[in-house]
Design a protein around this ligand. Structure first.
Ligand code: DLL
Length: 418
């Protein structure tokens, strides 16, 4: 990777030295002949270090990868695994400080100021979203409302009564709030929102437009992060929206599907190594998130790596009749057709030996009884999906409001083949 200077190597060596306190890393490094941080003299040496998987975290449950004794840990957070045990991460006071500073800086670059009122709709608790945004927003000096997810009516009441100017939550929950507000006869004019800080799940450009319009936002910005390496604020868009600027506490790499590092600008799986994190050093952690990296300056003053919007996960890709399908592609098709609501469920099943793709999608209440209009919409959506995926899909319209709503991350795929 370009732009690796000596300072970065020194900081990476610090991480390796810290990781060597942990038995798992000691033996993983020993397997490739690394016994001390001094064995890392070049970036090529660094690239020999084995990658870390979520499975390694699970196997060392709960605190086997902590590089500090428990008396130095002030917080843990955790995330659910796809199966089985949670993955637990720890933070020292300095780590929490670093995290708050990273989020505060990201919010500042998003044009948020101490005069803003930030309403946090990410879940508080073991999930990093609520507390991560909260500490960052407070650090910035903004009035911060810890509403968490789940009480939509209260969100709407506070948006009106406290005149919140920033809403931070998942993009699907933002849409849910917007729809509930519309049901109450409210329009964006009843709110005072300027900026949305949306992340924790993939969302498309089309969805950005939709949310901005429905909530009357000036800007809807993307925030990325994962609990295994810190939480929200690993990267975020600034006002210029030229990619998600990576916090300076991470060294990124992109790997191809063979696990090889690819040059800047090529798409692949993001791998992150922390720099300066104490309790839970991340060493070449495979995020499974697909993106591309660029290095450079931005008009906001940032200089460093930026990520392109995450386009999917290595592991949420569906293979349907041999075609790779990302749920975000189907969402893109749905949002392109007027009269269809952005609430959908992708159902993959088998019909005989063949995979069958069904897209269940809600229609707008005003068209639900218009049979000929519905036929027209169905045709448009199927056509659109076919154009994007090269794959036929059965489009099934469902009643408005009939698909389960999410107050956290939306569940968009039901794969019955598994
Ligand atoms: O989702 C942390 C977070 C909270 C990020 C609030 C942003 C806002 P986890 O629960 O560990 O942490 O899930 C991490 O969610 O590997 C991505 O696959 C996905 N993800 C997170 N942010 C984005 C985003 C939080 N902006 C996993 N775009 C990550 C797409 C995202 N995917």
């Amino acid at each position: 990777m370009d732009a690796v200077d000596n300072t970065i190597l020194i900081r990476l060596r610090d991480t390796i030295e810290r990781a060597l306190r942990v038995p798992h890393y000691r033996s993983a490094f020993a397997n490739v002949g690394i016994a001390s941080a001094e064995d890392i003299q070049t970036i090529e040496d660094f690239q020999k270090i084995p990658v870390t998987h979520k499975e390694d975290l699970r196997q060392n449950y709960p605190i086997g990868l902590f590089a500090e004794p428990l008396e130095n840990i002030v917080r843990i957070q955790a995330s659910s695994g796809t199966t089985g045990k949670m993955t637990v991460v720890g933070y020292t006071a300095k780590d929490i400080d670093m995290w708050a500073a990273a989020v505060a800086k990201a919010l500042e670059r998003a044009g948020i100021t101490p005069q803003d009122i930030v309403q946090v709709g990410y879940g508080y608790g073991l999930f990093t979203g609520g507390l991560g945004l909260h500490y960052g927003s407070e650090r910035l000096g903004a009035l911060t409302i810890p509403l968490s997810g789940g009480n939509t009516e209260r969100h709407i009441a506070f948006l009106r009564d406290l005149k919140s100017t920033v809403l931070a939550c998942t993009p699907s929950y933002a849409l849910h709030i917007a729809a509930a507000a519309a049901d109450m006869g409210l329009t964006p004019k009843d709110f005072h929102l300027r900026v949305g800080v949306f992340g924790a799940e993939p969302w498309t450009e089309a969805m950005r437009g939709e949310i901005k319009q429905r909530l009357g936002l000036e800007r809807a910005l993307d925030i990325y992060g994962l609990s295994e390496v810190m939480g929200p604020g690993v990267a975020m868009e600034c006002v210029h929206m030229k990619g998600l600027h990576l916090a300076p506490n991470f060294y990124p790499e992109i790997l191809d599907d063979q696990g090889r590092v690819v040059p800047q600008g090529r798409k692949g799986e993001l791998v992150l190594t922390s720099m300066g994190k104490e309790a839970f050093p991340s060493v070449r952690y495979r995020t499974k998130d697909l993106t591309t990296l660029t290095y450079g300056h931005c008009a906001c003053g940032f200089c460093g790596w930026s990520l392109e919007k995450i386009s999917g996960r290595v592991d949420d890709m569906l293979i349907i009749r041999g075609v790779n399908v990302f749920p975000s592609q189907i969402e893109e098709a749905i949002l392109a057709v007027e009269g269809i609501e952005p609430h959908y469920l992708i159902v993959v099943d088998r019909q005989g030996a063949l995979d069958a793709l069904e897209v269940q999608v809600e229609v707008a209440p005003e068209v639900v009884d218009e049979i000929s209009l519905l036929e027209d919409l169905r045709e448009k959506l199927s056509q659109r999906i076919y154009t994007i995926l090269g794959l036929g899909a059965r489009v099934r319209f469902v009643e408005p409001r009939s698909l389960p709503r999410s107050e956290g991350k939306a569940v968009r795929v039901l794969d019955k083949r598994k």
